[in-house]
Design a protein around this ligand. Structure first.
Ligand SMILES: [Fe+2]
Length: 591
């Protein structure tokens, strides 16, 4: 091999996917044969893009996130091909005579640490909005060359115990199949969000896999942003980082591209804004955490060799030797877990909060056979907190499939076995509080975990583990780091799959028909002294797997999302009957 690519060579890992050949990796990474044309020992990234190129300040990649209070604030974010002059948001007020506000944007940006390109980004947090109200807005600049500014609309969150809908998936990629792991389904996935008209969408990490296209990372992000715009300009898309948001030479944990593109609610932890955060909508607190901080698995970028990866000369960054992976476990030194405990404790102590919903990328309850599986790091660090504070629901991605757990609480000790020796190993297997077939689950008794990793990547992982000795469901579990090891070819490196397995007694439902789908969540606040509920409906895009790992049947992207299953989560609601439907406007939101 005479090239270097930034990938995980493990065919079982999600960042190359099963069956992804070296030729495909190169085609995706270069797109136009760029990599094949370089010197055999070192890769060179393309020259930096010139500032002020055609397009100037014309907005693109427009997307919304919630502001500090979703009932009254939203953040409008975008990028431009060149540097914008006087970037701003125009906001049309709600109601007659409300007039138009002009909100100047904060200009930001960064220079990609691998190819040296400059990226211009902008954020405008709009505050003082009315709850549960729709607003029209436009983004523009003095050097916006579009015939008319881009107009869209957004609706603020309601307050109190009120019904609302949100949606979720992870692992989206882009529709541009020139890029590694991109696939046409990602455009249909964005359409699917719009078809369900949620108040907001949760994007569970591994946004676009730019790290697997190391010489063209900004171009991949651009395709991702422009694909999302069809929905994310109309309703907040709230992300969390995944392992593929980690990029060489882009910040201490590699998140510069991600952090620059999103302005997320402040977590108050110095140095870590945007890594993790929480927000509240109605009677639900949403907690977004950054699991690269706690997982054992090493799934960030890897220079698989034999050549080094050489950043563009303009960056001044040295070549990255073959065998280098960007492994960041433990980077917050406990700060994130301490924040998580504080956040969960405050939420559960608030009698106006019913639901606690956690979003993260990696999985503590996944039995994908071709994917990564589960990770003991999450089970050790965070599942005890989920138990203590009765987290209702955990939404993940990472494995490109659909899996639902039974409600779990506590763990079964020493239920795992080492893959290599068969010896017993501690996996802290989550303990299901029930395994009875049902479509209603009391989440005050246990936490339900969902894998929603079927946004749109080209590598579905809907092939699930089975213990051949007893026919039971089986999950792989990382219980220690799988750092790079020598590959089969001279000078190459790879990473091993998970080191342990366990019978997945917590697994309640898996979808072997397709890896692609979307979760739709409808919250019903219920009545005092009764129950509050969330009805979950998972829709899938049958036949969309490029090759179904179970049947071998070839498929194509499918815009038709059909119902796979529906179930209801419920929990008792405090209070006495007859006190009315909306008694609980939270003190913090009174103004
Ligand atoms: Fe991932």
């Amino acid at each position: 091999m005479d090239d270097a690519v930034c990938s995980n060579d493990d065919p079982n890992a999600d960042n190359t996917g099963p069956g992804l050949s070296r030729r495909q990796v190169l085609a995706g990474a270069g797109g136009t044969g760029l990599l094949a044309a370089v010197a055999p020992s070192v890769l060179r990234a393309p020259a930096a893009r010139a500032a002020g190129q055609a397009g100037g300040g014309t907005p693109e990649q427009v997307h919304l996130t919630w502001g500090s209070d979703p009932a009254t604030s939203v953040v409008v974010s975008w990028a431009t091909p060149g540097e914008a002059v006087a970037p701003r948001v125009l906001l049309d007020g709600a109601g007659p005579g409300a007039g138009r506000r002009v909100i100047p944007a904060q200009a930001g940006g960064y220079t990609d640490g691998l190819n040296g390109e400059t990226v211009w980004t902008y954020h405008a947090e709009i505050r003082g909005l009315r709850p549960d109200t729709s607003y029209s807005y436009a983004v523009t600049a003095a050097n916006d060359t579009a015939a008319t500014p881009l107009w869209a609309s957004v609706r603020t969150a309601p307050v109190g115990r009120v019904p609302f809908r949100f949606t979720s998936f992870g692992d989206l990629a882009t529709p541009n199949t020139s890029w590694v792991l991109s696939y046409g389904q990602s455009a249909y996935a964005v359409q699917a969000v719009e078809s369900f008209q949620p108040l907001f969408h949760l994007l569970n990490g591994d946004l676009c896999y730019a790290d697997l296209n190391p010489t063209v990372q900004p171009e991949v992000w651009r395709d991702f942003g422009n694909n999302n715009q069809a929905s994310a300009a109309n309703r907040p898309w709230m992300p969390c980082p995944g392992n593929h948001e980690i990029e060489f030479d882009n910040g201490p944990q590699g998140f510069t591209s991600y952090l620059t593109r999103y302005l997320l609610p402040d977590n108050g932890v110095p140095g870590f804004r945007g890594y993790w955060y929480s927000f509240r909508v109605g009677s639900a607190v949403f907690v977004s955490v950054e699991a690269d901080d706690v997982v054992y698995q090493d799934a960030g970028p890897l220079v698989s060799g034999p050549a080094a990866l050489a950043p563009a000369a303009s960056t001044g960054h040295p070549a990255i030797p073959a065998g280098t992976s960007f492994y960041i476990r433990g980077y917050s030194q406990g700060a994130q877990t301490a924040w998580l405990r504080r956040t969960l404790a405050a939420a559960r102590a608030d009698r106006t909060v019913d639901w606690i919903i956690v979003q993260m990328h990696q999985d503590s309850c996944s039995s994908s056979a071709t994917g990564n599986g589960s990770d003991l790091g999450i089970r050790e660090e965070w599942l005890p907190l989920f138990d203590e504070y009765q987290v209702d629901l955990v939404l993940c991605g990472h494995d490109h499939d659909y899996e639902r757990s039974f409600p779990v609480r506590g763990y079964d000790s020493m239920a795992g076995h080492e893959v290599s020796t068969g010896a017993p190993v501690q996996t802290r297997r989550p303990h299901p509080v029930t395994t009875a077939p049902a479509d209603r689950f009391d989440t005050s008794q246990g936490t339900v975990h969902l894998i929603l990793g079927g946004g749109g990547t080209s590598a579905p992982l809907d092939d699930y583990g089975v213990d051949t000795s007893d026919g039971l469901r089986q999950a792989k579990v990382f219980t220690k780091p799988n750092r790079p090891i020598a590959g089969s070819a001279a000078g190459t490196f790879t990473r091993a799959a998970a080191d342990a397995v366990e019978d997945a007694t917590w697994s309640a439902m898996r979808d072997p028909a397709t890896g692609y789908g979307i979760g739709v969540f409808d919250l019903d606040p219920g009545e005092p002294g009764g129950e509050t509920s969330i009805t979950v409906t998972y829709y899938h895009a049958a036949g969309a797997d490029p090759t179904n790992p179970n049947t071998g049947v070839a498929g194509t992207p499918n815009p038709d999302y059909t119902k796979f299953e529906a179930f209801t989560l419920f929990r008792p609601r405090p209070g006495r009957p007859g006190r009315g439907r909306h008694p609980g406007r939270p003190t913090a939101l009174v103004r």
